[in-house]
Design a protein around this ligand. Structure first.
Ligand SMILES: [Zn+2]
Ligand SMILES: [Zn+2]
Length: 526
């Protein structure tokens, strides 16, 4: 019927069937060739029914029952061998070989879709070795160096194992996308991971291990409930220290967090009768739900009376749901929220005047200022406000995550009366772009000012752009933190870097950004 309505047609010649259901049912389907035993006639002979262990190709992926490792890597490996053999005939240089490897093995589609089994990774590594060093005697340079960039003595050779890990981290990123654009497989993964949670945990409130403080098993029988792909993804998350490490989060995101097994471990336990009632009868899932239950005792609700038999509207609804003491539940909900640490607390000390976010008016003024080459106000915001997915970071040492939100006290009268200082600056470089480049920066305030300076940039990194940004760093570091500062410079590169790109660069972990340490230092000081 669906085909008739949509105009779609099955390609009968190419149809293959993967039976789903219990192993017994699957066996019956493949032996009787009937999906339902009551079907009149069996499936036509030319339709193949995949047996257990047999993989079928679908949209580039290979799937089937018990067919974890069945992706046809062998033909791919053969293809790589043939290609590399062809290339070796022209006797490429080491650099040429690296490029050939990158083109032939870098970005394998199948690795993105299904992940590369370790035996395939090992075989490809061997093939790469033989191609680079020809005589099969193995590398002459330590392996760690081969994959390094040329500037630090490596040959920039593709690191297959690292590429596979990066792919796993991209899976994780997709899994942790909680926005409407999330993938359906993430929801299925949630269910599979949930099935592996501790037997004694309360199933209704188990949602996502990255947003809650329950642990995924790393050994034992519950681990077998996870499939290989999920295990790989979770291992990548652990190996690379994936953490909720945002510096500051808006109250809206605080409220979206799961209320139970809250990431703030302080309130991880669920023991009391009221806590269980809040889950089972009030059906609270998120912090928002707890806030709603607590409202009757916080908002001076004149209808509500502090006793188990309160006849107010909210309490009556709860009593109908089977709650014996709505007042107590509201008290416990309030206490639970109060116990959340300030960084994650929706009632935390969020100070709208902390100066860490620009007002909408200032943002509009900045847009106009950019067009007119006028004064742009630096936007120091560190707040995640789009989605909880924004709050995750990899490569974060958990011991360095602060439980306190970033706050800045509102400016006091004394600071406001501090006069603005204007610093003019520029950068310069001798032999810019050459090996013997030497750069520096200069700052000028007024005749004889102690803030006038000429700075010679130390270190190997030397360019005109570095001279410019070092002048900014020097100027900001020289002025007291409370003093209004105006920086006058003509470097489009630095102005746009600090006023337009900072957030984006931060989001991409500064990967592929030129001169990251200088910009990071300037941003930190600003
Ligand atoms: Zn009441
Ligand atoms: Zn209750």
């Amino acid at each position: 019927m669906w085909c008739e309505a949509s105009g779609a047609k099955f390609n009968i010649e190419k149809t293959k069937i993967i039976p789903i259901g219990s192993p017994n049912h699957r066996l019956t389907v493949s032996t009787t060739r009937k999906i339902n035993p009551l079907d009149q006639s069996p499936l036509p002979d030319h339709i193949r029914i995949a047996k257990d262990g047999e993989a079928v190709r679908m949209l580039g992926a290979w799937i089937g029952n018990d067919a974890e490792d069945q992706a046809p890597w062998e033909p791919l490996i053969d293809k790589v061998k043939i290609n590399l053999k062809k290339w070796s005939r022209i006797r490429p240089t080491i650099d040429g070989k690296c490029r050939i490897i990158q083109a032939i093995i870098g970005g394998f589609f199948l690795a993105h879709v299904q992940g590369m089994p370790s035996r395939v990774e090992a075989e490809l590594n061997k093939i790469v070795n033989d191609f680079i060093w020809e005589d099969g005697r193995g590398p002459r340079i330590a392996k760690e160096f081969l994959h390094q960039p040329k500037e630090v003595g490596g040959i920039n050779l593709l690191d297959i194992s690292l590429q596979n890990k990066a792919i796993e981290l991209m899976w994780l990123k997709t899994y942790l996308n909680f926005s409407p654009s999330c993938q359906p497989w993430a929801a299925i993964t949630d269910l599979i991971i949930k099935a592996s949670a501790q037997e004694n945990s309360i199933a209704q409130v188990i949602k996502n291990p990255f947003l809650q403080c329950w642990d995924i098993p790393s050994r034992g029988p519950r681990l077998t409930r996870l499939n290989d792909d999920i295990k790989r993804m979770l291992k990548a998350a652990k190996d690379h220290n994936t953490n909720l490490a945002a510096v500051k989060v808006t109250a809206r995101l605080h409220r979206e967090l799961p209320a139970w097994y809250h990431i703030d471990k302080e309130m991880a336990t669920i023991r009391s009768r009221a806590e269980k009632c809040l889950i089972e009868k009030h059906r609270t899932m998120t912090v928002t739900d707890l806030i709603k239950v607590s409202a009757r005792i916080r908002n001076n609700d004149h209808e509500h009376t502090p006793n188990p038999f309160c006849p107010c509207r909210n309490c009556s609804i709860d009593q109908e749901k089977g709650c014996y003491n709505p007042h107590e539940c509201a008290q416990v909900a309030t206490a639970k929220i109060n116990r959340i640490s300030p960084k994650w607390n929706p009632w935390g000390p969020e100070n709208p005047l902390d100066g860490l976010s620009l007002t909408p008016t200032r943002k509009t003024n900045n847009l106009r200022a950019k067009l007119n080459n006028d004064e742009i106000t630096f936007n120091p915001t560190l707040t995640c406000n789009e989605s909880l997915a924004e709050t995750f970071r990899v490569f974060v040492d958990p011991s360095r995550i602060s439980a306190l939100p970033a706050l800045r006290p509102p400016p006091t009268g004394r600071i406001l009366s501090c006069p603005k200082i204007t610093i003019y600056m520029d950068g310069a470089c001798l032999n810019n772009g050459k090996k013997n480049a030497a750069c520096g920066g200069g700052t000028w305030v007024s005749q004889g000012s102690p803030l006038n300076a000429a700075i010679r940039v130390p270190g190997l990194a030397q360019s005109n752009q570095i001279g410019e940004i070092v002048a900014v760093i020097h100027a900001v570091a020289s002025v007291p933190i409370s003093q209004p500062l105006e920086i006058v410079l003509d470097s489009k590169y630095v102005i746009e870097g600090l006023t337009e790109h900072l957030q984006k660069w931060e989001d991409q972990g500064w990967i592929d950004i030129k001169n990251p340490i200088f910009f990071q230092r300037a941003a930190y000081l600003l």
